[in-house]
Design a protein around this ligand. Structure first.
Ligand code: MEV
Length: 324
């Protein structure tokens, strides 16, 4: 059962929570069945509160405050999942309200849409007193992700629902992965919304119109992901850093980076990062950099903020989690 840790009922109020995620390596190529490595990102969280209130279902979130029936298209994924779950319980879509608070910046490649869906699914199952299996959680979360992103690999829902580092291959069972790396990760937010759906579609068009080069780039990303796994297992941050920068260059060639992301990646490298790259869908959103110790991570974070990053987070990597 999934939702015992992440939900609690208190006087008719149910709370579901979920964390963010960071893709270390393998975004985009993961859509083509290649491996990717993603880590849970505990520094950013979503909390969905569901409480009984007479009348039509209301929702209060980043994009909308009001009746669920008036919710904008941008939260269609969430709206459809809420309706689908309530329908599957043979309950009426009325007499409750949903409030979503999040510290995961939306549309920045940190898994906000999957985390919002997962926190809300957990909250709804709890509110209606139903047990939630991990399979059901993934089914609903991926339904939302399909509406939001078009053709998702499922990596966001997989890592956010498990809160474990994943060596992820689409359609394959969860692979235990020894995370053994003494290093710090810096996440830098460009402050601009990423465009995952457009970026995934852009890569698809690139691969279709340039089949030889497209195939080569996707296979290079596969090689990099395999080597990255090896470098983490052998605690080799320098090698992982080089691989991250290589991946960024390929992602840029595939058209999913932009000037703002490239500028922050260059700044991180000039400031002593072992490697840096965009993370998630790209075309805006966030980048990541690797540092060998906290002092270097602080320096890199400061340089990124001085160069226009809207926000940064520093996390220690290791023991399969990312901690603030
Ligand atoms: C989005 O977090 C990662 C992408 O690879 C898309 C996906 O895997 O669905 C860009």
């Amino acid at each position: 059962m999934d939702n015992k840790i992440n939900c609690k009922i208190d006087n008719g109020i149910s709370v579901g929570t979920a964390i963010g995620k960071v893709i270390l390596i393998g975004e985009h190529s993961v859509v083509y069945g290649k491996p990717a490595i993603a880590v849970p990102f505990h520094a950013a969280k979503v909390k969905t509160t569901i409480y009984g209130r007479k009348g039509p279902v209301g929702i209060d979130c980043f994009y909308h405050k009001g009746p669920l029936t008036d919710a904008p298209r941008v939260i269609d994924g969430l709206t459809q999942v809420i309706k689908g779950i309530v329908h599957s319980f043979s309950e009426e879509l009325e007499d409750f309200s949903i409030s979503i608070e999040s510290t995961i910046p939306p549309e920045r490649g940190m898994g906000s849409s999957a985390a919002v869906a997962i926190a809300t699914i957990r909250g709804l199952y709890d509110f209606f007193g139903r047990m939630l299996t991990h399979e059901e959680l993934l089914k609903w979360a991926n339904m939302s992700e399909k509406i939001v992103h078009g053709n998702p690999s499922g990596i966001d829902a997989a890592v956010i629902s498990r809160e474990k580092t994943l060596f992820y291959i689409k359609g394959e069972p969860f692979m235990p992965f020894e995370f053994n790396l003494n290093a710090y990760l810096i996440v830098g937010d460009t402050g601009r919304k990423g465009k995952t759906k457009d970026a995934v579609e852009g890569v698809r068009k690139y691969v279709e119109t340039n089949p030889r080069k497209g195939k080569y780039y996707i296979e290079e990303l596969e090689r990099i992901a395999m080597e990255a796994k090896d470098s983490i297992e052998s605690n080799d941050p320098e090698r992982l850093g080089r691989l991250m920068t290589e991946a960024h260059i390929i992602l840029d060639r595939l058209g999913v980076s932009d000037d703002g992301l490239n500028a922050l990646v260059s700044k991180a490298l000039d400031s002593g990062a072992l490697g840096a790259k965009l993370t998630g869908g790209g075309k805006g959103g966030c980048m990541i950099a690797l540092a060998s110790n906290k002092e270097e991570a602080d320096n890199i974070s400061k340089s990124l903020l001085d160069s226009g990053a809207k926000n940064t987070w520093i996390s220690r990597l290791g023991d399969d989690l990312v901690d603030k």
